[in-house]
Design a protein around this ligand. Structure first.
Ligand SMILES: [Zn+2]
Length: 70
């Protein structure tokens, strides 16, 4: 890949010219999209690492164990 253009960067999401306010993206929308991806991967890592002790799909333990309510 050759950097065509003088200092003109392209948005990594939609490849439009980057807006200085939203670098390295062209708009807030693309920045949000990238942030969403980043967070999605971040949350996925601990989710895979954890065996799922607390949030087990069907443990049956949560039904009998009534949490104390004030
Ligand atoms: Zn964009």
């Amino acid at each position: 890949m050759s950097a065509a253009g003088s200092g003109v960067r392209r948005c990594a999401i939609c490849r439009r010219p980057v807006d200085a306010r939203w670098r390295p993206f062209c708009s807030k929308r693309c920045a949000d999209i990238d942030l969403g991806r980043w967070l999605g991967e971040t949350y996925r890592i601990p989710a895979e690492d954890a065996p799922g002790d607390e949030m087990s799909d069907d443990g049956g333990q949560a039904e009998d164990d009534v949490p104390p309510r004030s």
